[in-house]
Design a protein around this ligand. Structure first.
Ligand SMILES: Cc1cc2nc3c(=O)[nH]c(=O)nc-3n(C[C@H](O)[C@H](O)[C@H](O)COP(=O)(O)O)c2cc1C
Length: 182
């Protein structure tokens, strides 16, 4: 069984990205899904001064340990003003100061969704570009528009074209997981 961390890059208790990430992670064959809530990793806003004074925040170290313990990640990005949510960006900033291999080169499936017509396409593009540069094991998923119309808990993605694209991404991600050594 592969251990997959799944989370919406959001701090909303009713996060649609959390729902989407967990749904997608559950489609992965022979995988145990660990649902991560970013609220469990809420820290003061990263600053070089804080780091100098107090070192790396213990929750950043815990998050990093969690990353090390998994075989892959499924992340669905909430778009806040055309960018990452602050909750995600803050964790990213903190863990980026621990070591250079920030995401441990774990296979990572990138998604986004939003209630509107663009489905978080801007943050999806930002995340995909960034993670592809940082981590050779990044898989492009889908950016799902009109979440409330295009998603059902029972069926998943209702837009047939996007559902096909997602199926292909999950397939690529499964291959990447099995190709991992160790
Ligand atoms: C502060 C804030 C900024 C937002 N900015 C955008 C945006 O730039 N583009 C967008 O499509 N939706 C935007 N939204 C709407 C989010 O897409 C919507 O709240 C969505 O549910 C967020 O995902 P989540 O439910 O996983 O947190 C914004 C919402 C908030 C609270």
């Amino acid at each position: 069984m592969k251990k997959i961390l799944a989370f919406g890059a959001s701090s909303s208790k009713a996060s649609i990205n959390q729902q989407f990430a967990i749904y997608v992670a559950r489609q992965i064959k022979e995988a145990e899904v660990i649902e991560v809530d970013l609220n469990d990793y809420e820290m003061p806003i990263y600053s070089v001064d804080r780091q100098r004074e107090n070192g790396i925040h213990p929750l950043a170290l815990s998050f990093k340990e969690l990353l090390k313990s998994c075989d892959g990640l499924v992340i669905s990005f909430a778009e806040h003003n055309g960018a990452y949510s602050t909750a995600f960006k803050n964790i990213f900033d903190w863990i980026s100061r621990i070591d250079k291999n920030v995401w441990e080169e774990k296979p990572m499936l990138i998604l986004s969704t939003a209630p509107g017509s663009r489905g978080g396409a801007t943050v999806f593009g930002i995340a995909h570009a960034k993670f592809t540069r940082m981590n050779p094991n990044t898989v492009k998923g889908v950016s799902l528009p009109f979440f409330h119309k295009n998603f059902s808990k029972e069926v998943g993605v209702l837009d047939t074209e996007l559902a096909e694209v997602l199926k292909g991404s999950i397939h690529d991600f499964e291959h990447m997981l099995t190709d991992q050594v160790g």
